[in-house]
Design a protein around this ligand. Structure first.
Ligand code: FAD
Length: 345
C-alpha cells in the first residue's frame, strides 16, 4: 500500500487558480500538494487555448494561455509544491471537526492524503477523454485501450496503435516508438494539428521504416476478454482493413465533467460550489472553492477573480493550520520575512 501523505493543503486542480493558490498559501507557510487528472499544469489555459492571447491579466497587456501558466510555475518555484499529475481526486472524507478540520483525500491511483485544508480549484470539473464512437470499447478500457500513459513500461514490446492527429497523439507516438515492438499512427487525413517539430520527427521515422502511418478511420475492435488483437478501419475510399495491435490509445480530445466532486458531500448549486465572499469557503469548514468551480453573487469566471479568491482563502486556511498564530498583513515589496520565503532577501 502507498504511504499516506500528510500535508497542510491539498489543492484539487492545477489550473491557473490552483497554481496561484500555491503562491498565496506559501507566503503564509502552508505546504501544498496539487493533484490534476491531466499530465501537466495549466487547466483550460494549457488545454484549450495555449496560443491564444489573453488581454485582461492585470499587468500583462497581452499574454498567451501557455505563457501565463509558465509564469505562474516560475512564480511558485520558491514554495516547491508537489505535483501529482494523471491522478483524479475521487474521495474526500471528513476526519476532523469544524474547529479543527482534517480530511482524507484519495485519488484513482490509490494515493491517500491527510490534510488540514482542501482547496477545490477544479474549474469546470475534470477533463475527460472523449470516447471514440466504436461499439463495445468500454470492455477494453484499462486493459488494452488507454486514454493516458501512466507507465510507459506498460507498452514495452507491444504492438501499439495510436489514433489522432493532435499533440497528444504525436507526443505519445514519438515517446512509445523506441519502447513498443511497433507503433502505428492512424489519423483520418494526412494533415496534423500537432507541433511542426513533432510532425517532422514522425515523418522521419516513417521514412526510415521505424513507424507506420495509416490514413483512415476506426470502425470496430477485435479481441477477447478486453484484450485487443486488431482494430478494424476504413480508408477514405471506404475500403476496409485491419490493423494488428494489442494496445490502442485514442486521442479524440477532451470534454469537461464535474466528476467525483458531486459525491464529496458539498452543497452544490448548478454543479458549482457556493462560497462566501470573505473566505471563499464551502459549506464544509476547511474546504475552500476557488476559480471557475465556485459561485457567489456577481461571480465572473475570469482568471483575475480566481487570483483574488485564493488570496482571501489562504488567510482563513492559515487559521486552520496554525490556530495559535496571529496573522500579520505584509507586503512583498517591504517585508523581508516574505522576501526570505521568496528567496530574494
Ligand atoms: C477559449 C477560452 C478563452 C478564455 N479566455 C479568457 C480570458 O481572456 N481571460 C480570462 O480571465 N479567462 C479566460 N478564460 C477562462 C479561464 O480560462 C478560466 O477562468 C480559468 O482557466 C479558470 O481557472 P481554474 O484554475 O479555476 O480552472 P481550470 O483552468 O478549469 O483548471 C481546473 C483543473 O482542475 C482539474 N480537475 C478538476 N477536477 C479534478 C479532480 N477531481 N481531480 C483532479 N483534477 C481535477 C482539471 O483537470 C483542470 O486541470 C477562457 C476560457 C476559454 C475556454
Amino acid at each position: 500500500m502507498t504511504d499516506i501523505i500528510k500535508t497542510d493543503v491539498v489543492i484539487v486542480g492545477a489550473g491557473p487558480v490552483g497554481l496561484f493558490a500555491v503562491f498565496e498559501l506559501g507566503l503564509l507557510d502552508l505546504r501544498c500538494h496539487l493533484i490534476d487528472i491531466l499530465p501537466r499544469a495549466g487547466g483550460q489555459c494549457s488545454e484549450l487555448y495555449p496560443e491564444k492571447p489573453i488581454y485582461d491579466i492585470p499587468g500583462f497587456p497581452v499574454v498567451t494561455g501557455q505563457a501565463i501558466v509558465d509564469n505562474l510555475m516560475k512564480q511558485i518555484e520558491p514554495f516547491n509544491p508537489t505535483f501529482h499529475f494523471n491522478e483524479q481526486v475521487e474521495g474526500l472524507e471528513v476526519l476532523g471537526t469544524p474547529e479543527a478540520p482534517l480530511f482524507r483525500v484519495t485519488t484513482d491511483a490509490g494515493q491517500v492524503f491527510e490534510t488540514k485544508v482542501v482547496i477545490v480549484a477544479a474549474g469546470g470539473g475534470s477533463f475527460q477523454p472523449k470516447r471514440p464512437p466504436v461499439a463495445g470499447i468500454e470492455d477494453y478500457e484499462g486493459k488494452s485501450v488507454f486514454y493516458a500513459v501512466r507507465k510507459m513500461e506498460t507498452f514495452r514490446g507491444k504492438k501499439v496503435l495510436i489514433v489522432g492527429g493532435g499533440d497528444s497523439a504525436l507526443d505519445w507516438t514519438l515517446n512509445l516508438q523506441p519502447i513498443a515492438e511497433r507503433v502505428t499512427l492512424m489519423h483520418r487525413r494526412d494533415d496534423f494539428r500537432a507541433a511542426p517539430h513533432s510532425v517532422n520527427a514522425m515523418r522521419e521515422l516513417v521514412a526510415a521504416g521505424k513507424l507506420d502511418l495509416v490514413i483512415g478511420q476506426m470502425t470496430g475492435l477485435k479481441g477477447e476478454n478486453g484484450m485487443l488483437s486488431a482494430v478494424s478501419a476504413k480508408d477514405n475510399k471506404n475500403v476496409a482493413f485491419d490493423i494488428d495491435c494489442n494496445a490502442m490509445m485514442p486521442f479524440f480530445g477532451l470534454t469537461m465533467k464535474l466528476g467525483p466532486i458531486a459525491n464529496w458531500g458539498l452543497h452544490l448549486h448548478e454543479n458549482l460550489v457556493p462560497v462566501d465572499t470573505a473566505k471563499f469557503e464551502s459549506s464544509t469548514p476547511g474546504i475552500f472553492a476557488v476559480g471557475d468551480i465556485n459561485t457567489y453573487p456577481g461571480k465572473l469566471k475570469l482568471i483575475l477573480s480566481g487570483f483574488h479568491e485564493v488570496a482571501l482563502a489562504a488567510q482563513r486556511a492559515h487559521h486552520y493550520v496554525y490556530p495559535e498564530k496571529k496573522l500579520l498583513f505584509q507586503y512583498t515589496t517591504s517585508s523581508t520575512n516574505l522576501q526570505k520565503k521568496l528567496g530574494v532577501a
